[in-house]
Design a protein around this ligand. Structure first.
Ligand code: UDP
Length: 255
């Protein structure tokens, strides 16, 4: 990928992208269709994961399930049942992503938060770290394994457990805005924020549990557009992509 010379590189703490947790939402797998699994969506995510490896990052991935089932979307059934169905959806996504990566010769291991021995090994932090250190991509399925939580929280939790240096949240939006940029065209995009600002302004980046967990563990977050080709790799190579959330802001908080 040619270096992006259109924007100055952000000065980022050393080693920020050494071991990365990529949170990729299910809607990215749905692609243009908006739901379910599409080849284009899976290839897009596989490209981003390959980009992270090219940038030299040990790469763990938490995959969402919103393209299949969100617990809150089935109000006619008990919530805990729906969350279970949602977590199963993330395993389906992880297996599809593993297959897509395998087709391009990239080894990835799926570890799941709940037993599903026919499909994947149970998640243990030590096993995940060993795989990461061996250079394998680790796909973390099943969220936290607990109901009433989201895969954002799973991403924050796993990033902390695995000693990740950065959490990259890949979405369809190119960063964090002061308001919904679709409804409010004058919404500003932040270049940098602190975790505390995200919480205080209730900015819709990740759920509050996830942001709080990152804040308490001094874990930086980058929010970027994962549908933009090469965005994860450029971010990990130190380019100013998306919004960077740090424990303390150095430089301008918003453009
Ligand atoms: N889920 C859960 N516990 C978790 C993670 C996920 O119960 O730790 C369920 C929850 O119902 C959620 C669904 O799985 O709505 C899919 O995850 P999420 O909505 O976070 O997916 P995304 O929006 O990232 O695609």
């Amino acid at each position: 990928v040619a270096p992006d010379r259109t924007r100055p590189a952000l000065r980022r703490p050393r080693g920020l992208g050494r071991r990365v947790l990529l949170k990729l939402s299910g809607e990215l797998i749905a692609g243009e269709r908006g739901a379910g699994l599409t080849q284009a969506g899976l290839e897009c995510l596989a490209d981003q994961i390959a980009g992270a490896r090219l940038a030299g990052a040990q790469t763990a991935v938490v995959i969402g399930g919103g393209n299949l089932v969100r617990g809150s979307a089935l109000p006619f059934l008990p919530r805990s049942l729906c969350d279970g169905i949602g977590m199963l959806g993330t395993l389906m996504n992880a297996l599809a992503l593993q297959g897509t990566l395998a087709q391009r010769g990239l080894a990835a291991t799926v570890l799941t938060a709940f037993p599903a021995p026919r499909f994947a090994d149970l998640y243990r932090p030590e096993r995940a770290v060993a795989l990461l250190e061996a250079g394998e991509v680790v796909l973390l399925a099943g969220g936290t394994g607990q109901t009433h939580l989201t895969t954002d929280t799973a991403a924050a939790l796993r990033a902390v457990e695995l000693g990740c240096t950065l959490l990259v949240k890949g979405t369809k939006v190119d960063g964090v805005y002061s308001a919904d940029p679709v409804r409010q065209p004058r919404a500003r995009r932040f270049e940098r924020l602190t975790h505390a600002e995200v919480l205080r302004r209730r900015l819709r980046v990740m759920d509050l549990t996830a942001v709080t967990l990152c804040m308490e563990n001094d874990l930086p977050i980058v929010v970027l557009n994962a549908t933009q080709s090469g965005s994860v790799e450029r971010c990990l190579r130190g380019r100013a992509i998306g919004t960077l959330i740090l424990p303390t802001v150095t430089g301008k908080a918003a453009r």
